[in-house]
Write a protein that binds this ligand. Structure first.
Ligand code: K7E
Ligand code: CUA
Length: 674
């Protein structure tokens, strides 16, 4: 979500004064929200600075002395950058950016021949996406530090990042979906990661009039099976659902282990001016899916094979190479044929976040336009199902009576509740987008116990382990949409930001602000040693299965085959083998297969050749990567190492001669004496 507070107020003023579409209640609510925005926009500032003063105490809490490590990793999604950024907590220091769905010349990802297949989709090569949510793999409902999943919103995709290497291991395209937003949330043992479509689309007919939305459009939620050993992802089944917008989700845990909960808005089934038309109803839904039941129906053959074309891309660390596989079918379940599998719970009003507390008993909806936070009870939901306390059905899906599933409502929490995380002491923390604050409340008593302003317009919040069975209730990270006056200006666009709060006591305490890469949405955090102890340091050169790897400098060579020239280049501090190459001509396609022969941690070498219309490569110890170069002009081109690898890094260079098209040069190469 992103909008400007000032514009929002202005637009709303003109809308409310000029529009007779809005029912009086909606208009009244929006007016109330608007006034609060104006009030709050004014009260955060005094003489250009915030009124909040930070004590030395706060500074010492985020201070990690030089040479010391942070206590937690945090993985903050990059939003429209399609990347995932890794920060230490409590310092807020940035360690690494994983490009995931995007290209980043620093990493060479998507530029090298080996990694290009990872970004292939049924729409072609797509080096970008919009990534909102990260989710750590779990065992027994607790992050296990093995993998982290990231959603691709725009070209619906799901990525798995291997936390041994901090690299993308797998990207799966999601068929019959558009706007993969309610993703990639996982069940307690990462049996499944889900993908729910934000936009409903015409699933059966492709080309239909858009105003036939109600008749021809549908939503789907997909359950992606995760292989417990390899992590390999496959679409196990999809559930066809009414044409709503499936927004966010979280799995049950403990008693609610078998269930998954998805928030949805636009139950009005509007296809235009959703801003108004999808805000008509007092309540939308949380969709409760019994995935164990779905498994039974699949076993009984109730899943219909549905044609679809989608890519499955995997990266093999042994050969340092990615490959794409094109899949043609998915299993689709229709709730009409599968009683007991899907229910709707009414939820006020245009829900966004859908969060389950550590006990698995309470399900919290975040109604963007609601004045309360509704808290549902899993055990009451089950009783309501047993007693058939329904208010009819929608598309064959029974609608449970609101009161029958409700534990209670948090009254007057603030404005625009979005997302909720949990600590280990029975408290929930909900972000309030409109009133720019975080509200702490007691889950059982439903009472607000503390509130802290956020600067400004908070979206997601994150407590390490905060959506798991075992939150580490020490820090809260708040991720903001707008920073206004918090940082030095950088032209028309200011940095997005995260803020760190100490939540170990009764009251939340702001400790620090730090900028983020891209727009942060959701994040995950876990104790550092869960991951750091497994970190890969080198790739063993003896185990390098790349077809164009060399195992020693003695294997370095240059080979011509027609107009293809393959350069098998070795790198070791501080030279290339060979570093003089002749025999290439204009019109050739030159493959540089570059192997880093080092076997020491943290000694990458880089490779670039003058005028290369691509990116540098950064090659890790023991790894082979390939870049293609098609020289256009006959001359001599230098190449060099781009990563400062030793005192003689600057000497790590070479020359390649390119002769005119039509010539017949002899291949020659050497290092040192000819
Ligand atoms: Cu609230 Cu896309 Cu999870 Cu952003 S979403 S904030
Ligand atoms: Cu190798 Cu610098």
């Amino acid at each position: 979500m992103k909008f400007n507070v000032k514009n929002f107020s202005k637009q709303m003023v003109s809308k409310i004064s000029s529009s007779s579409i809005l029912p009086p209640i909606t208009a009244g609510l929006i007016l109330a929200i608007m006034f609060s925005i104006i009030l709050l926009a004014g009260c955060g500032k005094k003489d250009g600075s915030t009124t909040l003063s930070l004590s030395e105490d706060a500074a010492s809490k985020v201070y990690v002395p030089p040479g010391k490590h942070d206590e937690f990793y945090s993985f903050i999604s990059g939003g429209f950058s399609g990347q995932l950024a890794i920060y230490g907590l409590p310092s807020g220091r940035l360690f690494r950016v994983i490009p995931v769905f995007s290209v980043d010349p620093e990493k060479g990802w998507g530029y090298t021949e080996e990694t290009k297949p990872m970004l292939m989709t049924s729409h072609g090569f797509i080096p970008w996406d919009d990534s909102h949510h990260s989710e750590l793999s779990m065992t027994n409902g607790v992050p296990d530090g093995r993998w982290i999943f990231l959603n691709g919103n725009n070209t619906p995709r799901l990525a798995r990042i291997d936390l041994k290497t901090f690299r993308t291991a797998e990207i799966l395209e999601i068929p019959n979906s558009a706007g993969n937003h309610s993703s990639p949330f996982t069940t307690e043992n990462s049996e499944y990661v889900v993908c729910g479509t934000r936009f409903s689309i015409p699933i059966n007919e492709l080309d239909v009039p858009i105003d036939s939305y109600k008749e021809t459009f549908n939503g789907t939620v997909s359950f992606v099976k995760i292989d417990p050993q390899s992590g390999n992802m496959s679409v196990a089944f999809q559930i066809m659902s009414p044409p709503f917008d499936y927004d966010l989700s979280h799995a049950g845990k403990g008693p609610s282990h078998d269930w998954f909960f998805f928030s949805c808005y636009n139950t009005e089934q509007a296809h235009t001016l959703l801003e108004v038309n999808a805000s008509q109803k007092d309540k939308d839904f949380i969709m409760a899916v019994n995935w164990k039941k779905a498994e039974e129906y699949i076993a009984q053959g109730k899943g219909k094979d549905k044609e679809a074309e989608y890519y499955h891309n995997t990266y093999d660390e042994a050969s340092h190479t990615g490959k794409s596989e094109i899949l043609k079918t998915v299993k689709m379940l229709d709730p009409k044929d599968c009683p007991g599998m899907v229910y709707y719970i009414p939820c006020p009003k245009s829900p966004h976040g859908c969060d389950v507390d550590p006990s698995g008993e309470y399900i919290i909806g975040g109604g963007k336009l609601a004045t309360v936070i509704p808290v549902f009870s899993y055990s009451k939901m089950i009783k309501a199902i047993e007693n058939k306390e329904f208010d009819g059905d929608v598309g064959g899906i029974p609608v449970i009576k609101y009161e029958a599933a409700l534990h209670g409502e948090v009254q007057k929490p603030g404005l625009g509740p979005l997302h909720t995380e949990f600590d280990d002491k029975g408290f929930a923390y909900t972000s309030m987008f409109v009133s720019s604050e975080v509200v702490k409340w007691d889950i059982k008593k439903l009472e607000v116990v503390d509130r802290a302003p956020s600067f400004y317009s908070v979206g997601h919040i994150m407590i390490p382990g905060g959506d798991s069975k075992q939150p580490y209730g020490k820090y809260l990270v708040v991720m903001n949409k707008i920073t206004k006056d918090r940082f030095l200006p950088t032209g028309p666009e200011l940095t997005q930001s995260a803020q760190l709060y100490d939540i170990s006591g009764d009251k939340m305490k702001l400790l620090s602000d730090f900028p983020t890469i891209g727009e942060p949405h959701y994040a995950q955090g876990c104790p550092a040693d869960l991951i750091s102890k497994n970190s890969v340091k080198i790739f063993k050169i003896d185990e390098n299965k790349h077809p164009h790897a060399i195992k020693s400098v003695n294997d370095a060579k240059v080979v011509r085959n027609g107009n293809e020239v393959r350069v098998y280049l070795g790198m070791i501090r501080s030279h290339f083998t060979p570093d003089v190459i002749e025999g290439v001509k204009v019109g050739d396609k030159v493959y540089f297969h570059v192997t880093n022969l080092e076997q020491d941690w943290d000694i990458p070498h880089g490779f670039a050749v003058k005028g290369m219309n691509n990116s540098e490569m950064l090659i890790m110890p023991g790894e082979t990567q390939t870049i293609v170069w098609e020289p256009k002009v006959a001359t001599v081109y230098p190449f060099y190492c781009t990563d400062f690898c030793s005192a003689l890094h600057q000497e790590m260079q070479g020359y390649i001669r390119v002769q005119p098209a039509g010539s017949n040069p002899e291949i020659k190469y050497y290092l040192g004496n000819k």
